[in-house]
Design a protein around this ligand. Structure first.
Ligand code: ADP
Length: 483
């Protein structure tokens, strides 16, 4: 079943686009055709008015030629104009007192309205359309005043019926209607085809997206290379899938690494317990085996705790409890605790802070951060070496330098040192007992405090870790994803 099959017809984007297009098109046609109709009618009426004014002027000319024989001449004139086929004319002439001095026979169904001299005195020519609804006839009446030296002499009332004009308009409207339906029909079909064509890539995007699951995240949406909005959408989805694929890969690598790390101590625990139970043992043997197993359980507990911290950090659930801390005091306490271990290895461990430094941060997380770094420095520094812990306050931030003279880190490994489960080489970890999660956790804690962590080292030449933290971090965001 196609993806569109399940969407209700009226909810489909192509249907809606086609409808919008048709409605817009329809509105435009109505407006344009309405305007054309209005202008056409207006121009025809103007033509009729010009004709009537010309006739009225002609009548005045006839009168002025010989006012004595006015009646005879107008009668002659009437004969000519009243028999016209398309615009037959009827007229009346009034003198300046408002008395009718000549009247032609009226047109069928039409009678002249009373002329008002007051109105004529104010306006030059008055034209109006008269409707006789019973007969479905329209007439155009023009009242034309003739003045001499500004004084009203005659008024000609002249009328014609507008049958010919009505026929022309009806004809025109008939053609407009045909054009209207043709435009609407082809316009709607065009709109539909256009919307189908422009939305076709969406079908492809939907089909491909449906096929993509966690197991085939490497599939990508096809691009039309048209550089349009849909291409941009497909590119954005592809980029998102790339990121998802990367995250899935990291996640499954993380799970596999975690399982691998758990398997060895669990197998050792099981093996030792099986051997222990294979026959009766002395209490010393039990004691020794249990001590070994306790060590392994300690290791497993630490590993599970580290995994928990990182997965909570990934999910954004590891919240920081920000408080105002005496940072130099916190580091001093750590120094004192770790100095006991350092002394056992005859390591010269020094601590330096120029002044009291206050900081806004999470006490437990910061303790964990610097414990990991100091612990590493002690672990990877051979007996008789040196370690220094230096606090360097700067403007709005504080730098903490942990410098040791230990075995150092090869430059190739420096890039990956903060990756999860990354260890420089397994022989070191066997000595240290770590699994390569400590620095990942440090990295997350520093990022969550909006700080930076940096390492400088060379093989056999010690390592220097520098942590820079803002003293008043704003907008703490603990859910920063790890590599
Ligand atoms: P681990 O718990 O295995 O020490 P970390 O994430 O803390 O894991 O460290 C990752 C790797 O970085 C370790 O395997 C170790 O080789 C190296 N490393 C970390 N700190 C130091 C250091 N101060 N000197 C030398 N190597 C170090």
């Amino acid at each position: 079943m196609s993806s569109k099959g399940r969407i209700k017809f009226y909810k489909r984007l192509d249907v809606r686009m086609a409808l919008w297009y048709t409605v817009t098109f329809l509105t435009m046609i109505i407006l344009i055709f309405g305007f054309l109709d209005y202008r056409f009618r207006h121009n025809l009426l103007k033509e009729a008015d010009r004709l009537l004014v010309d006739e009225a002027k002609e009548i005045i000319n006839v009168i002025l030629k010989n006012p004595e024989t006015l009646n005879d001449q107008l009668r002659e004139y009437k004969k000519v104009v009243s028999n016209r086929r398309y615009y037959p004319i009827a007229f009346q002439v009034f003198n300046q007192q408002g008395n009718c001095i000549f009247s032609s026979e009226a047109l069928p169904d039409f009678s002249f309205p009373k002329v008002s001299l007051d109105l004529v005195n104010h306006k030059k020519t008055i034209s109006k359309t008269l409707d006789v609804p019973q007969k479905n006839s329209l007439f155009r009446l023009c009242t034309y005043p003739h003045r001499e030296n500004g004084e009203l002499k005659y008024v000609v009332q002249i009328a014609t019926h507008l049958r010919a004009m009505q026929e022309t308009i009806e004809n025109f409207r008939g053609h407009l209607s045909i054009a209207f339906f043709l435009a609407l029909f082809f316009g709607s079909i065009g709109g539909w085809l256009l919307s189908r064509k422009s939305l076709r890539p969406i079908d492809k995007i939907t089909e491909t997206t449906k096929r993509i699951t966690a197991t085939n995240l490497s599939e990508r949406l096809p691009l039309q290379e048209s550089d349009d909005d849909l291409d941009r959408l497909a590119t954005t989805i592809n980029q998102m899938m790339e990121r998802l694929e990367e995250s899935f890969q990291k996640l499954s690598r993380f799970t596999a690494d975690a399982a691998h790390e758990l398997r060895t101590p669990l197998a050792a625990l099981k093996g030792e317990t099986e051997v222990l139970l294979s026959r009766k043992r002395s209490s010393e043997e039990y004691q020794e085996a249990l001590t070994n197993n306790l060590e392994r359980l300690d290791f497993l507990t630490k590993l599970v705790n580290d995994l928990l911290i990182l997965s909570q950090a990934d999910e954004g659930k590891a919240s920081l409890k920000i408080e105002n801390l005496n940072f130099s005091e916190l580091l001093k306490q750590l120094y004192e605790a770790f100095n006991i271990v350092a002394m056992q290895k005859k390591i010269d461990f020094t601590f330096f802070t120029p002044e009291e430094v206050l900081i806004n941060g999470d006490r437990i997380k910061l303790k964990q951060l610097f414990s990991n770094l100091i612990d590493n420095a002690i672990k990877y520094t051979p007996d008789g070496g040196n370690i220094s812990l230096i606090i360097q306050p700067e403007k709005d931030q504080v730098a903490v330098i942990i410098k040791d003279t230990g075995i150092g880190i090869p430059s190739d490994d420096l890039l990956h040192i903060f990756d999860r489960f990354y260890r420089v080489d397994t022989s070191r970890s066997r000595i240290s007992g770590g699994v390569g999660l400590g620095l990942s956790i440090c990295h997350w804690i520093v990022k969550a405090h909006h700080g930076t962590i940096d390492v400088k080292s060379q093989l056999h030449q010690g390592a220097t870790f520098t942590v820079t933290l803002p003293t008043k971090p704003t907008g703490i965001s603990p859910n920063i994803k790890q590599n």
